[in-house]
Design a protein around this ligand. Structure first.
Ligand SMILES: Cc1cc2nc3c(=O)[nH]c(=O)nc-3n(C[C@H](O)[C@H](O)[C@H](O)COP(=O)(O)OP(=O)(O)OC[C@H]3O[C@@H](n4cnc5c(N)ncnc54)[C@H](O)[C@@H]3O)c2cc1C
Length: 402
């Protein structure tokens, strides 16, 4: 029987980051995941790219993941938001000393970097691939039996199992959820004119079309949201027809385009757990909340959970508390519950606002975009949100260890 302070179920982007961050602070941690890292880091497993906010980047630096991402990310220097191809776009360009708003990384590079960092982390034990056959949480601790025959004990169980978290369900934690009548088609294009490190969010009724800057400077990731009933036909389009449809949405401002990656599709939904803690249990990442990828905030929200949970646990353990202590979990719940809820609601509102058809809603949206464009205070708040700088920041998000 092996003993740990924390047992994490799920070694995806959020779970593995948490494992590394906790172990780096001397917290003895186990990560259990049925997925084999050989498969999850293979080309083609996850073709998405993620906008990692500057505060999330600061945490990845602090816990030693950033060196493995050297030369892989494209900075986002500017965010351009428009209502279709109508004039009156919102253009976010930070002041020079404010630095970049975030960095685009291919998910595969993030997975490989975490894998390298995890291998060199003392105090982190990985049971991957392995799965639990029995998990018991009691007032005394957590015990899990694994399919491999191992038994592990810990003081706290963390569910980082993604949106369909079985541990959340078994704990009877209710979730508010709905599916958007949207699918996200994800791919990459090469374009004739450089993107100049700009992320474009072009909103259409039926779904937003996002172009996210990648390396080299003439490649962008495409996150193209289409109504679910149109998705099968869109996915069946020939490469030429797909590019022609994409070009209609881009309006030609990047010049000629060609396909630079495979096309894949993801169903989109919203879910939010009523609470993110229970007896010796904490939820992080998509196990706690799932949002529309409209502004690329889902993973960042999960990384904010990681930073807050690490701070709460490390502070508590330094005071001699057990990491499963109810007071510590209550602090985590208070810290993360509100921020996750506010971000989720804001993203959902944005999706709905731009999905209303008709001339009047379009005029109202244009007036709204123009008002934000003119008001530096509002613009500053949006940019702080993109950087992940809103709310009470855990130390890791400022680049400091706890
Ligand atoms: C199209 C699209 C684009 C996106 N773009 C962005 C973006 O630009 N920026 C951004 O911040 N976010 C983005 N997101 C959101 C982001 O991808 C997710 O929020 C993030 O991947 C969630 O990570 P996670 O580790 O919580 O969950 P997951 O990635 O789902 O990982 C869960 C892990 O748990 C394991 N597991 C499952 N069940 C168990 C179990 N019972 N026991 C043990 N292990 C288990 C799984 O094998 C898996 O490895 C996007 C999402 C979509 C759909």
């Amino acid at each position: 029987m092996e003993r740990f302070d924390v047992i994490i179920l799920g070694g995806g982007l959020v779970g593995l980051t948490l494992g590394i961050a906790l172990a780096d602070h001397g917290v003895k941690t186990a990560v259990i995941d049925p997925a084999d890292p050989v498969d999850t880091t293979a080309a083609g497993f996850d073709g998405r790219v993620s906008a990692i906010s500057s505060t999330s980047c600061a945490m990845l630096s602090a816990i030693g993941v950033m060196p493995f991402l050297e030369g892989k990310g494209c900075p986002i220097d500017r965010i351009w938001v428009s209502d279709g191809l109508e004039p009156g776009a919102l253009d976010f360009v930070p002041d020079e000393d404010d630095g970049v708003m975030g960095t685009m990384f291919p998910n595969r590079d993030l997975r490989v970097a975490l894998e390298h960092a995890a291998r060199g982390t003392a105090g982190l034990t990985r049971f991957q691939p392995d799965r639990t056959t029995r998990v018991a949480r009691t007032a005394d601790g957590v015990e899990a039996t694994l399919a491999s025959g191992a038994t592990v004990r810990g003081a706290l169980l963390v569910a980082a199992e993604g949106r369909n978290s079985p541990t959340r369900e078994a704990a009877g934690i209710r979730t508010t959820r709905w599916t958007y009548k949207h699918m996200a088609m994800v791919s990459a294009i090469d374009h004739e004119r450089p993107h100049a490190n700009t992320a474009y969010e072009i909103f259409y009724v039926g779904g937003p079309f996002a172009l996210l800057p990648m390396l080299p400077g003439t490649r962008s990731a495409v996150v193209w949201t289409v109504p679910t009933d149109q998705a099968p036909a869109m996915l069946k389009l020939s490469e030429r027809a797909w590019l022609a449809e994409a070009q209609k949405r881009i309006g030609g401002f990047l010049g000629e385009i060609s396909l630079a990656g495979p096309r894949s599709a993801y169903p989109l939904g919203f879910h939010h757990a009523a609470h993110i803690t229970d007896l010796r249990l904490a939820l992080v990442g998509d196990s706690a909340h799932g949002i529309h990828p409209i502004a690329g905030q889902g993973l960042n929200l999960g990384l904010r959970d990681v930073a807050a949970l690490v701070e709460v646990l490390v502070d508590g353990m330094r005071l001699g508390l057990d990491p499963g202590d109810a007071q510590l979990l209550a602090r985590y719940q208070r810290w993360r519950g509100l921020d996750a809820m506010m971000t989720s609601i804001a993203m959902d509102g944005l999706v709905r606002l731009f999905d209303i058809p008709g001339r009047l809603p379009r005029l109202a949206r244009r007036a709204g975009l123009a008002a934000v464009q003119r008001t530096s205070l509002l613009k500053g708040r949006f940019m702080a949100e993109a950087r992940g700088q809103s709310g009470a920041l855990p130390r890791l998000l400022t680049g400091e260890m706890v």
